[in-house]
Write a protein that binds this ligand. Structure first.
Ligand SMILES: Cc1cn([C@H]2C[C@H](O)[C@@H](COP(=O)(O)OP(=O)(O)O[C@H]3O[C@H](C)C(=O)[C@H](O)[C@H]3O)O2)c(=O)[nH]c1=O
Length: 353
């Protein structure tokens, strides 16, 4: 999709963690586009994440649920979108274990509604493109070695990853069956500012600040590949504009960490930041009951996006963690706000060490 002419782009889930970084990136990089952010504002969606762009001339927000076909179709018929970048999703694996249906509802049903609305859009605009933002979890788990490539068979293990695999399949099926122009990317674990503190990195940073236990699941020997969220937003820009139709691109950080090693690193960095004695925060580490169906290791081969589109991560883990920690220390009010409701109850219910 070329970049020079004005366009109307719909970003779903733009008030969430990754979504808000993508909205900011597009609003600032493409002043001649109009960016519509559609978000239902669940516990994880927060318009405070977009304070710096909320008054931009090329930005609008619509509160609404992608599961509501009437609302979605109406929005599409009014706005005449040239493209959709679809990030709206329930994303937390632990929540999917206690409430799988809400993941089917948003991630599968909601995606199919958007696909149906997109079929109408493509009739009027053959250059329309549907971009589905997905996850490396659709591939299941790796052993100690190997990497996920774009041809790794899907083998999701959690209700969350099953719902994302299903939505990937629906997107591809709409391409095959109805000729919908689409592209998909599957990313590894993101981290950075505005991350809801139910995920490992923001949860542990904030528990360290508050001297609360750090609940490490199982023995902590699970491995994830961490990517700074702004690098992901830059990759999404490239895939949206330059990715080949009908293709999948894997996006990863080339940055694997075992959870226990990452936890210890966070403890060391936070002790320095908070002027606490070395070793203070490590005392908070508490091994707790494992996540059921816990995937051992995710690791991405991101060579296709590098080779075809010239993308690679630009923020080192050291720099990214520094920025992330500083952001949480400077934004305790944001934290108080997002943890004041549902989240507190959830945390107390799920994992009492
Ligand atoms: C919250 C928490 C997590 N963990 C473990 C579980 C995982 O092995 C690892 C990271 O867990 P987290 O829930 O932060 O993220 P993943 O389950 O890897 O999934 C994340 O990355 C993928 C790509 C997505 O697509 C998901 O949407 C996103 O949530 O730390 C703990 O040991 N203790 C904790 O309190």
């Amino acid at each position: 999709m070329e970049k020079n002419t004005p366009k109307h782009i719909l970003i779903t889930g733009g008030a969430g963690f990754i979504g808000s970084h993508v909205v900011r990136h597009f609003v600032n990089s493409y002043p001649h586009y109009h960016i519509y952010n559609l978000d239902v504002l669940t516990y994880a969606g927060n318009l405070e994440n977009l304070k710096d762009v909320e008054n931009a001339q090329n930005y609008s927000f619509a509160k609404g649920d992608i599961v509501d076909a009437g609302f979605t179709n109406d929005l599409f018929s009014k706005a005449k979108f040239d493209g959709v970048i679809h990030l709206a999703a329930e994303s937390h694996v632990d929540r999917s274990i206690s409430d799988p249906l809400s993941f089917v509802r948003t991630n599968v049903f909601g995606t199919v509604n958007l696909l149906n609305a997109s079929l109408e859009a493509v009739k009027e605009n053959p250059n329309f493109r549907f971009y589905h933002i997905s996850t490396d979890e659709v591939y299941g788990t790796l052993g100690e070695t190997g990497l996920f490539t774009e041809t790794t068979p899907y083998s999701p293990n959690s209700p969350y990853s099953a719902s994302k695999a299903s939505s990937d399949h629906f997107v591809r099926a709409y391409g095959e069956t109805y000729g919908l122009p689409f592209v998909i990317s599957n990313s590894s674990n993101n981290y950075g500012p505005n991350h809801f503190p139910e995920k490992l990195i923001p949860l542990f940073i904030n528990n360290i600040i508050q001297k609360k236990p750090l609940p490490v699941y199982g023995d902590g020997n699970y491995t994830r590949d961490w990517l700074y969220v702004e690098d992901h937003a830059a990759a999404i820009d490239l895939v949206f504009h330059e990715g080949r139709d009908g293709e999948t691109y894997n996006i990863g950080g080339f940055n694997e960490w075992k959870n226990i090693d990452l936890t210890k690193l966070l403890c060391q960095l936070m002790d320095k930041k908070l002027n606490r004695l070395e070793g203070t925060s490590e005392k908070l580490i508490t091994f707790v009951k494992d996540r059921p169906g816990h995937d051992l290791r995710y690791a991405i081969d991101a060579s296709k996006i590098n080779r075809e589109l010239g993308w690679k991560p630009s923020v080192t883990f050291e720099e990214g963690l520094e920025r992330t920690i500083d952001w949480y220390l400077d934004n305790q009010e944001w934290l108080d706000h997002v943890t004041s409701g549902d989240y507190k109850l959830y945390y107390q219910k799920q994992y009492q060490p």
